[in-house]
Design a protein around this ligand. Structure first.
Ligand SMILES: Cc1cc2nc3c(=O)[nH]c(=O)nc-3n(C[C@H](O)[C@H](O)[C@H](O)COP(=O)(O)O)c2cc1C
Length: 201
């Protein structure tokens, strides 16, 4: 099996509560962000923006997510869930937020509205590149779309470049973990592949 095949098959999500306290060297993350950007990108728009958080900001993001989950505080189960998530997120050793910046009022987007989707697709490729690259460095990850960006203080907390044009693609939690989750079985490919080259069908 090639290294790439093995990396793809072995990558699994590991939740932040299963990471050790050891903080991965930010230099490793920065190097891999740089590599991950080499993804297909229609119109060469380079839409991904990266926010590599320090522990104070990770805690703040955890607090904001807790507040989003708790809502108007009327439901004790949601308040409890908010507390739990706030702790889980806030204690994560590493968090990288990836956003997609598409200039909505640019001439390019006005002429080609599909650019917004294409930019998002590029950012998703970049996120997967990152997960694989970090796994290759022994760093566990979890890609989350927990809606912390709904919090009015979110953009300010990460000093977002252009909130009107930017959409969160993923919160990438990362850290070291002893957990070795096994490969995940998928639905048989024949259920999802219409193969016109096959002589058997
Ligand atoms: C776009 C995207 C958003 C995700 N958001 C969440 C999330 O909000 N919460 C969560 O627990 N997992 C989230 N995940 C992780 C998936 O739940 C996980 O990939 C899935 O369970 C398959 O497990 P695996 O990554 O180990 O193969 C997300 C994954 C992707 C690709």
């Amino acid at each position: 099996m090639s290294d790439l095949t093995s990396a793809i098959l072995k990558r699994r999500t590991t939740k932040p509560s299963l990471y050790s306290d050891r903080i991965p060297d930010p230099e490793i993350i920065r190097e891999n962000i740089e590599i991950s950007r080499h993804a297909p990108n229609h119109h060469r728009t380079e839409p991904a923006r990266f926010y590599l958080l320090d522990s104070d900001r990770i805690q703040k993001i955890g607090k904001l997510f807790g507040e989003i989950l708790a809502g108007d505080l009327s439901d004790p189960s949601l308040v409890e869930r908010g507390k739990k998530k706030s702790k889980e997120w806030g204690n994560a050793p590493g968090l990288l937020i990836v956003t997609c910046l598409t200039e909505i009022n640019s001439e390019l987007v006005r002429k080609n509205p599909e650019v917004a989707d294409e930019d998002y697709a590029t950012c998703c490729c970049i996120c997967q590149n990152l997960l694989l690259l970090l796994a290759n460095c022994g760093i566990a990850t979890k890609w989350s779309t927990g809606a912390v960006w709904k919090h009015p203080d979110f953009a300010k907390t990460i000093n977002m470049i252009s909130p009107k044009n930017e959409r969160v693609v993923g919160l990438i939690f990362y850290g070291y973990s002893d957990q070795k989750p096994s490969a995940r079985a998928l639905v048989p490919i024949k259920n999802h592949l219409k193969d016109f080259t096959s002589t058997k069908d």
